[in-house]
Design a protein around this ligand. Sequence first.
Ligand SMILES: Cc1ncc(COP(=O)(O)O)c(C=O)c1O
Length: 382
Amino acid sequence: MSRIPSQRSLFDIPEGIAYFNCAYHGPQLNASREALIAGLQQNSHPWERTPISFFEDAETLRRLAAELYGGDADGYAVVPAVSYGMSTVARIMEPRLRRGDTVLLIADDFPSNVLPWRRIAREVGVELRTVAHPADGDWTRAIVSAIDRSVKIVSAATCHWTNGARIDLLPIRAACRAVDAVLAVDATQTLGAMPLSIDTIQPDFLVAASYKWQLGPYGCGLFYISERWRDARPLEESWLARTNAEDFTSLADYSDAYMAGARRFDVGEKGSRTVLPGTIAALKQIKAWGIENISESIGWINSDLSDFLRELGFQVPDAERRCRHLLGARLPKGYEGNLTGELKTRGIYISQRGSSLRFAPHLHIADRDVDRLKNALRELIR
Ligand SMILES: Cc1ncc(COP(=O)(O)O)c(C=O)c1O
């Protein structure tokens, strides 16, 4: 594990911008932009497109995902959004759920992980049980202690998206196993920035958008489906997921058989040349850096910031309660200004979620960005 120096030259971020908002939208790598422009240009020459090119990028993405996050390449589907993945999970589970069953959610989770279950609750009559923000910050224990025999599904995250609070999936996985509950994970705020192994966690389902910590384009996500569920019903019936799809001359000889693995869960038109090449370029760069090294490098920036913020009167969670790459800090008591607005006028970008400011740097951050942020905060929080 080693610290990577600022990689600013690989991004297109003007010197006057200090961008600490990767949890909102990761900055695009130059390599991704170039791959996407090449894809856009290829669309002007459709006569050059071969049938196999409708599939190749998705296969490359599956391989890269398995190398980075574990699991088998066959287990990954290409989806456009987390909502698509979670809606697929809900659709698979719906016929197995009965009135009196419980779906466990975490308080203030991102809507993509909640709305599909609210529909199921209305239509099937299952109970949605929401684990409240734990007073001691220990989400893992709070979630584990809410899992009882009525719980059939736990929809969890690796990290609370509002403030970076850490959620340890291993004990949650064990508690799910004990009552035969399904574990569905949204890893959007983790994948790419924090080591995570699907082989170790063995979730039933795991989904993550690519446009945050995976530095990919908006409109692409990875969806891992464990072997147990690979025969389940997909959300849509894409012809590109059927066994005869590669032979464009006989598509009307409809095939009722799906391609192997999780390919049936791929979104229609998965081979978009204006999306997947950007994701592939970004994952290649993440692989070259190494996720351990990314985590160490961003973690170091945040740990420096957390000491500074504490001195200014922010409430900062203990290091063991938060993910290293995402730092949520509660505003000092009595502060009533519009801090993010003020920072923006100074070219500094961070998000506020509830009463927490969310510091989400990546490797584009240079020392001068951190200095700018600290100077501005010193001036604004008196
Ligand atoms: C935890 C989490 N999940 C998912 C998303 C995005 O969801 P979707 O891809 O459905 O738009 C976000 C965006 O902020 C998020 O923070």
